[in-house]
Design a binder for this molecule. Structure first.
Ligand code: GUN
Length: 296
């Protein structure tokens, strides 16, 4: 079957142009430049690359961006102090704390310390709760990016069997919630699978849409996919490579070469969901700057 490649990079560029236009309008009217701050702890290669990419993307759309870096020896109380300072900094519209954090720091405590009105990652329980019941909220970036791709490619979701592999708080759970909501994209019949699921292959073979978000390179193979399915690959595992300058390449959760010929639509890695994640964060920051979700 000739498959359609979902070009996340192209869509992300299109959306960046749209956001840059809005920023230019705000500035022309004498408004404040949207400002995103990012806290990063330690030197995880993936996180550092991702944060650098965020800063560059902010610049591209005309946002101000601030990166606050801590060594991985930082204490929880010092981190909480920085969060308090960002919560009270009127120039900062939104901020995120890059995950994962070192083991001695409670991620949940950190997430809950962020003012939910500045939580552009959409990780605070208030935003997660509001999202779950369909109220305006910051929707976390990867799920929002996936829905935007489905929308921009006009992919039908109503009544479709959608299988999400992976139950993380960042991707699996929220994307499942969004796909079951009375909306477009949404109205799907959603099944969430994970490491304890029985008959995973059989369940996947019934799926019209598969979202692979378990973080295991090339996990989804052709025998798990029905002809004509839509496959969204959220995997971004860094694997050693002699072919790249960095010494790494990104590997998705889908065995692309064998799965793609069975698909109607499929996202590549890199260039699929990844670029959309950053753009969703930019969009949330713009919403924060415009106070659209939380007016006060
Ligand atoms: N680590 C991996 N993805 C994300 C994300 O979307 N936000 C944050 N803060 N950390 C992450």
């Amino acid at each position: 079957m000739p498959y359609n490649l979902i070009d996340g990079k192209a869509i992300a560029n299109q959306i960046k142009t749209e956001i840059a236009g809005e920023v230019a309008e705000i500035i022309a009217k004498g408004g404040k430049r949207p400002h995103l701050a990012v806290i990063i702890v330690g030197h995880d290669g993936g996180s550092e690359a991702y944060v650098a990419h965020k800063a560059k993307s902010c610049e591209q759309v005309g946002f101000r961006s601030t990166t606050i870096a801590f060594e991985d020896t930082v204490g929880e109380s010092e981190l909480l102090k920085e969060i308090d300072s960002l919560n009270n900094n009127a120039d900062v519209d939104g901020f995120i704390v890059q995950l994962p954090l070192p083991k001695h720091i409670s991620e949940q405590k950190i997430i809950e310390a962020i003012d939910y009105r500045k939580d552009v990652d959409g990780f605070h329980p208030i935003n997660v709760g509001k999202m779950s019941i369909g109220l305006p909220s910051y929707v976390s970036a990867t799920p929002a990016g996936i829905l935007e791709l489905l929308k921009r490619y006009d992919i039908a979701t109503a009544g479709k069997n959608c299988v999400v592999i992976g139950r993380s708080n960042i991707v699996g759970k929220p994307v499942a919630m969004l796909l079951m909501q009375k909306a477009y994209p949404g109205d799907a019949t959603v099944t969430i699978c994970h490491s304890r699921t029985k008959n995973l292959k059989e369940i996947c073979r019934e799926a019209d849409i598969i979202i692979a978000a378990l973080g295991r390179p090339e996990f989804l193979t052709a025998d798990m996919v029905k002809e004509g399915a839509v496959v969204i690959d959220v995997g971004t595992t860094r694997v050693p490579s002699e072919q790249t300058k960095s010494g790494f390449r990104l590997c998705g959760d889908v065995k692309f070469d064998e799965v793609a010929p069975k698909c109607s639509y499929i996202t590549p890695v890199p260039g699929g969901v990844g670029p959309m994640t950053i753009v969703s964060l930019l969009r949330n920051t713009l919403l924060a700057a415009k106070k659209e979700i939380y007016p006060t």
